[in-house]
Design a protein. Structure first.
Length: 113
């Protein structure tokens, strides 16, 4: 079973990897001008897709807030941005159950360092 320490470490590494995209994926603002954040399409509470590149976006703080304030608008944009088929595939993956082991999280940490 994955420990809280490993989850926290992977969150830090993976979040930095996502923010390294350098621009907001919604409004295209430059990360040198605005604060970029790691945004999950489907909640990070579900560890099955928590560290999925497909479930992760790099958004500026304004767009991240807008995504939470206007979920219908965000979903419509996502379906256009990702494509309907990929969005539905991600939704199916999100609904599966995955129990992580520390060694699996360590492999992901190495991958995204």
């Amino acid at each position: 079973m994955a420990t809280k320490k490993m989850i926290k470490k992977l969150d830090k590494v993976f979040g930095a990897f996502i923010r390294s995209r350098k621009n907001c994926e919604w409004c295209a603002k430059d990360g040198n001008v605005v604060q970029l954040q790691w945004c999950h399409i489907f909640t990070r509470k579900c560890h099955n897709t928590r560290w999925s590149e497909l479930n992760s976006l790099c958004l500026c703080s304004g767009c991240h807030r807008k995504a939470h304030d206007y979920p219908v608008l965000f979903t419509e944009w996502l379906k256009d941005y990702l494509g309907e088929e990929i969005y539905e595939e991600l939704k199916r993956e999100h609904n599966r159950t995955k129990k992580w082991m520390d060694y699996e999280l360590e492999e992901l940490i190495e991958k995204y360092l």
